[in-house]
Design a protein around this ligand. Structure first.
Ligand SMILES: *Cc1c(COP(=O)(O)O)cnc(C)c1O
Length: 219
């Protein structure tokens, strides 16, 4: 058994069944993806559109590709026919572009709103305070073309678990508030937790952990 497959089974066994394991394959070759595919894994995450498209072309069509990195508007058109879930919706301009292209291509696109929960300065993700107004003002006009499936967030890159605990709790509470909003009761996905912090994320209600280096090794 390869190291990748061994890591995969070890982590899969630790994660509760109701939590989706998203294998983050960025910067790793298609051979490693194929190894996990042979073990039954179907959900893979990439952070760059070009890399996602190149891999998707070479791999089985029943793989569900997740875009977890920042999405530029000029990449939307190429991405939509291939992507299964976009984790990184974080602006009205991107929303408008996604909607326009989804209508043009007659597609229904599933998205998560990315929330900025880390204390660190980062460009990506929406401030938590903007999330409910954003959802309430924009999604009704998408008329099912853009389907809100939940929220995504990245904790700070720190070893202080108290801080990460506070960030994940905040995201979990926001998720519950979205779920309590009429029309959004059935959102299911709280995408939080990576190699360094997924056990805490699961404890705090994550339904989707995005794990790269703990499966595929260091890049
Ligand atoms: C790279 C990445 C991950 C996986 O990170 P690891 O530390 O390798 O598990 C998860 N989420 C996002 C958004 C990423 O860019």
């Amino acid at each position: 058994m390869s190291k990748t497959v061994e890591n995969y089974h070890r982590i899969r066994a630790l994660i509760p069944h109701h939590v989706m394991l998203l294998a983050v394959s960025k910067n790793h070759g298609v051979e490693k993806i194929q190894e996990l595919y042979a073990e039954g894994q179907r959900d893979f995450g990439e952070n760059k559109v070009q890399e996602l498209l190149e891999k998707a072309e070479q791999l089985p069509k029943d793989i569900r590709w997740h875009l977890i990195g920042h999405l530029q508007r000029n990449k939307v058109r190429a991405l939509l026919p291939v992507v299964s879930l976009i984790h990184s919706l974080d602006s009205e301009r991107l929303f408008d572009e996604l909607l326009k292209e989804a209508i043009r291509m007659d597609l229904q696109i599933s998205v998560l709103v990315q929330v900025r929960i880390a204390a660190e300065e980062t460009k990506f993700g929406m401030p938590a305070a903007d999330v409910l107004p954003f959802i309430q003002s924009l999604f009704p006009k998408a008329k099912g073309r853009l389907k809100l499936k939940g929220l995504m967030g990245m904790g700070s890159f720190v070893t202080d678990s108290k801080q990460i605990h506070a960030e994940f709790s905040m995201l979990q509470q926001l998720f519950q508030r979205v779920k309590a909003t009429p029309g959004y009761e059935d959102i299911q996905i709280l995408s939080m937790g990576m190699s360094q912090d997924w056990p805490l994320a699961v404890e705090l209600g994550s339904t989707c952990v995005r794990i790269g280096s703990d499966i595929f090794g260091m890049r």
